[in-house]
Design a protein around this ligand. Sequence first.
Ligand code: NAD
Length: 321
Amino acid sequence: MSKTYIELNRTGDKMPLVGYGCWKVDNKDCEETIYNAIKTGYRLIDGAAVYENEVEVGRGINKAIKEGIVKREDLFIVTKLWNTYHHKSHVRPAFDRSLKDMGLDYIDLYLIHFPVPIKYVDPAVKYPGGWIEEGAKDIAYERSPIHETWAEMEKLVDDKVARNIGVSNFNVMALLDLFTYCRYKPATLQVELHPYLQQKRLVEWVQKQGIAVTAYSSFGPASYVSLNEEGKTAKPLLTHEVVQQVASKYGKSAGQVLLRWSVQRNVAVIPKSMNVDRLKSNLDIFDWTLEQQDVDAINQLEMGARFNDTVTYGFDLPLFD
Ligand code: NAD
């Protein structure tokens, strides 16, 4: 059995290499799905205020704790600060709202979701805020520097309500800048990563800084089919012949191969599934290893294809350029 966690900088907390991703888990089934995920063996739950299901995620977590399936300290709960709450006066209230919605008293890892400060939306009017205001054509920005947002994130650590803090969708430039003022380095960076978008230099550099990397959208276009043209037209990774061939060689599924490919780079994964069999198989990737020739074959699939791109949603924001 290979290692199933990454030790985080500063705290030494063990972040599981496989977690459960909560994006698009519908509210109706969410409590049961999270409860089942924990029952199946998931210990990391990756949520976000903007997924609009923190209440149900929290219910699933608390049900599992109440039934004695796990203790709170066995779980690693992740959630994220949405873009409309970057202002220094809004970070703590946004964090507290997530905590209250989930019915928890601390978070294991709190991430800045995007390095994009968007004009505040009062939760009394709409919660959570989105990318654009109702009726608007494009994003309205807010002059909230990330150093002020990060200082507030650090206070959550000082106040012992967030054990670890990190970032998502940041690039090297944004991280370098953050290193010039931070008291606590980010524990993790969460970015889009799959064989079509391997970001090899970013991953290796970030890992060298002592920051753990988490991949989102490990199955590439799978969750973007209904969201953008890129997701609709890209060849699915899960049925790609190279991935299929590797899968049949090991007697595993394509999904398992894609997840194993990632954890073999010491990159954590957070696949989302509502299907109990897939939930189980996505966890079952630690007692076998891809041979280098198969890793090389999958690496050949690189094509710089990014699916979670603000431009493809119609916003005038080439965030990753
Ligand atoms: P994903 O790559 O996990 O793919 C999900 C899709 O794959 C679903 O349609 C699911 O039914 C299917 N699937 C899951 N397991 C499978 C298997 N074994 N075989 C075949 N199909 C399978 O999708 P994702 O939701 O894009 O990413 C995972 C998580 O990453 C999210 O839930 C969220 O927590 C996180 N995320 C974060 C960001 C960010 O900006 N930080 C962005 C996107 C996603």
